[in-house]
Design a protein around this ligand. Sequence first.
Ligand code: GNR
Ligand code: NI
Length: 171
Amino acid sequence: MALLPILEFPDPRLRKIAKPVDQVTDEIRQLTDNMLETMYDAPGIGLAATQVDVHLRVVVIDVSDEGDEPLVLINPEWEAIDDDMEDYKEGCLSVPEFFDDVERHSHIIYRALDRDGNAIEEKAEGLLAICIQHELDHLNGKLFVDYLSRLKRDRIRKKLEKKHRLEQQGR
Ligand code: GNR
Ligand code: NI
């Protein structure tokens, strides 16, 4: 297993559209294992392959308190079940240290392939529903900061650009 470096906003690679996985191979399973290790280490409740510069439709999630309920979603899709929406203060491992309200659907149904390549279809609500919508956005090159005002997004971008400059100097 291995920890993978996580891309940070405004890296243009976070804007790439991920391609569908055509077969769940050992190589894909190894990617999901490394993504889970990276997510737990961060720590985070989800990670999309886009964030580790792999542009395939692969997501890992664990919203459990104990961190012992890993969910691997390959080629995931979701749709809203009703019109209920809720705000949640979101964060993102690719936008470290910033949190702000994003409105998401409260009740969704999601479909995907699991780690064994079997098709799954489940309902989700609460934090899991929010996380699935957040991760699917990553696969489509979208970040939670895109839902904020330009003013807020630009402020976050400038602060992270400064952090990245300082990290470069420190090498
Ligand atoms: O760890 C994470 N926490 C989080 C909190 C609120 C809404 C979404 C998330 S996902 C985030 C991990 C991440 O960046 N996944 O892409
Ligand atoms: Ni994220």
